[in-house]
Design a protein around this ligand. Structure first.
Ligand SMILES: Cc1cc2nc3c(=O)[nH]c(=O)nc-3n(C[C@H](O)[C@H](O)[C@H](O)COP(=O)(O)O)c2cc1C
Length: 211
C-alpha cells in the first residue's frame, strides 16, 4: 500500500494499467475500501445509480478476454495500415492477469421518476456512475492497486455474461489488481498512438475558443 498519498499525488500517479499487474489477487479488505470510495461519489439527486459486479470466476474472465480479443481484432481491421502498425503492440486489457474484474453498471430508473437535477440533462445519471469509477480509480491508486478500463466489448455480450436484468446497463469493465509499478507516461503516448494536450489548450476565458 502506498501510504498517505495526497489527492494530488494519487491523481498524478494514477494510470490506466494493462501490463503491470503482478498476478496476485487484490486483498479483500482493500477491495472493499476502494468500493466504499466509489460508493461515496456524488450523484444527481443522490440517486446512486451504480452497482458493482465483482467477477473472479476464471471461466468468466476467460470468456470476456476472448470476446475482447475479437473486438480488438475487428478494430485493428478497421484501421488504415499505418495506424494498424502503431496499434499492433498496444495491449488493451489485463483481464486474466488482474484476476478481478469489476463491472460497473448503471440503472437509469434508480431514484424514481423525479430525480432532482436530471430533468433537463438526462446524461447526469451516467455522469454520476462515471464519477463512482473515478473515485474507485483514485482510491485504488492510493492502495498501490492498478485499474484498467476495458471498453472493447459489445454491451449485449457483457449484459449476458454477468446476468444484468433489463434496464441495467454496463458502463465499464475494470481490471483491478496489485501492480509492480505505475508507468509515468500513459501507454498510448509511449506507443505513439496519441499524445495528451497541454492544460492551457483546454482552458478558455469567458467564451469557448478565447484564451
Ligand atoms: C471511458 C474509457 C474507456 C477506456 N477504454 C479502454 C480500453 O478499452 N482499453 C484500454 O487499454 N484503455 C482504455 N482506456 C484507458 C485510456 O486509454 C487511458 O485512460 C488514456 O490513454 C490515458 O492514459 P492514463 O489513464 O494512463 O492517464 C479507457 C479510458 C476511458 C476513460
Amino acid at each position: 500500500m502506498v501510504a498517505e498519498l495526497t489527492v494530488y499525488e494519487a491523481i498524478r500517479l494514477r494510470r490506466d494499467v494493462r501490463a503491470e499487474f503482478t498476478g496476485a489477487r487484490i486483498d479483500e479488505a482493500a477491495l472493499w475500501r476502494i468500493l466504499d470510495a466509489a460508493h461515496r461519489a456524488p450523484s444527481v439527486g443522490n440517486s446512486q445509480p451504480w452497482d458493482f459486479v465483482v467477477v473472479r470466476d476464471p471461466r468468466r474472465l476467460r470468456a470476456f478476454a476472448e470476446h475482447v480479443a475479437d473486438q480488438r481484432r475487428a478494430f485493428h481491421e478497421s484501421l488504415p495500415p499505418e495506424r494498424a502498425e502503431v496499434f499492433d503492440p498496444i495491449k488493451i486489457e489485463g483481464i486474466a492477469e488482474s484476476g478481478t474484474g469489476i463491472v460497473v453498471t448503471h440503472d437509469d430508473a434508480r431514484g424514481g421518476p423525479h430525480v432532482l437535477g436530471r430533468a433537463t440533462v438526462p446524461e447526469t445519471g451516467v455522469y454520476s456512475t462515471v464519477l463512482a469509477i473515478q473515485n474507485l480509480w483514485l482510491a485504488a491508486t492510493a492502495e498501490g492497486v492498478g485499474v484498467g478500463w476495458v471498453s472493447f466489448y459489445d454491451p449485449e455480450f457483457l449484459t449476458g455474461l454477468v446476468g444484468l436484468p433489463a434496464g441495467i446497463r454496463p458502463v465499464a469493465w475494470l481490471c483491478v489488481g496489485p501492480v509492480r509499478e505505475f508507468q509515468t507516461v500513459p501507454d498510448l503516448e509511449r506507443f505513439g498512438w496519441r499524445r495528451g494536450r497541454p492544460l492551457d489548450a483546454a482552458v478558455h476565458q469567458e467564451s469557448y475558443g478565447a484564451r
